[in-house]
Design a protein around this ligand. Structure first.
Ligand code: SF4
Length: 238
């Protein structure tokens, strides 16, 4: 059956399914999409805890599923090291970045522009170069205020399916899965970080909002880098 974009009552699923049912549902979503898109299905692996779950689920569906990592010059050393280890283990992960010259401290003065250049642009490049028709993300609707309005299967860009197979998982279920399956994670989590990004824009907080430590002190606080909200067509002009 073709993968269909559909409006699902996401909130009911978040509390209505238990952990094992969510794992089954996520595996089913990836499996169905992989049966339809094959090699044109690609996982966006941010190297965060949620991506580690999605990547592990995808590998359970097929060892052949490919992925991409977007990195920037501002990623913490621990994340860069974790990336090297992950790519060594999974050479089917391709790394993309944008090395364009940008003004000093653009992340403070214009964080949206900085993310557009360093994160969204290489995502467009990855989707174009890897010939992607369906990209798979680790987005979760319980992560914070900017993530409540998503569906498991979406088509935000015409012709490009976006699959969010763990959309309905709680943060604790992510850790449950990682522990049960002994999936390695970025060592920064051991220091107290709950959501990881570039070093200047990522902080440890005690705020209940999982993404509250992102872009503190800017208009973008707790927000989005743009890969989930900006157009991803390769010819889009930023
Ligand atoms: S997270 Fe911060 S440093 Fe990284 S691209 Fe966005 S604004 Fe720039």
């Amino acid at each position: 059956m073709p993968v269909q974009v559909a409006q699902v009552d996401v909130k009911t699923l978040v509390d209505g399914l238990n952990f094992a049912e969510k794992v089954d549902r996520s595996l089913g979503l990836i499996r169905e999409a992989y049966e339809e898109y094959g090699d044109r299905l690609v996982v966006a692996n941010s190297l965060g805890k949620d991506s580690c779950v999605v990547w592990d689920l995808a590998k359970r569906v097929s060892a052949n599923i490919r992925g991409f990592i977007i990195t920037t010059r501002f990623k913490p050393a621990e994340t860069k090291q974790f990336m090297r280890e992950t790519v060594a283990r999974y050479p089917e992960l391709q790394v993309f970045s944008n090395e364009v010259e940008i003004p000093d401290r653009l992340y403070e003065t214009e964080p949206d522009r900085c993310c557009d250049l360093l994160k969204v642009e290489p995502t467009r490049q990855a989707i174009a170069e890897m010939n992607v028709s369906c990209w798979v993300t680790g987005l979760r609707c319980t992560e914070g205020r900017t993530r409540t309005d998503f569906q498991e299967i979406e088509e935000r860009d015409p012709g490009l399916i976006k699959l969010n197979p763990i959309l309905i998982w709680y943060e604790r279920e992510i850790w449950q899965y990682l522990a049960l399956h002994q999936v390695p994670v970025n060592p920064l989590y051991a220091l107290g970080y709950r959501s990881l990004g570039c070093a200047p824009c990522t902080h440890i907080t005690s705020d209940p909002d999982e993404r509250a430590g992102r872009w503190i002190g800017t208009s973008k606080c707790g927000g989005e880098c743009g890969i989930h909200t900006r157009p991803l067509q390769a010819d889009y002009q930023i």
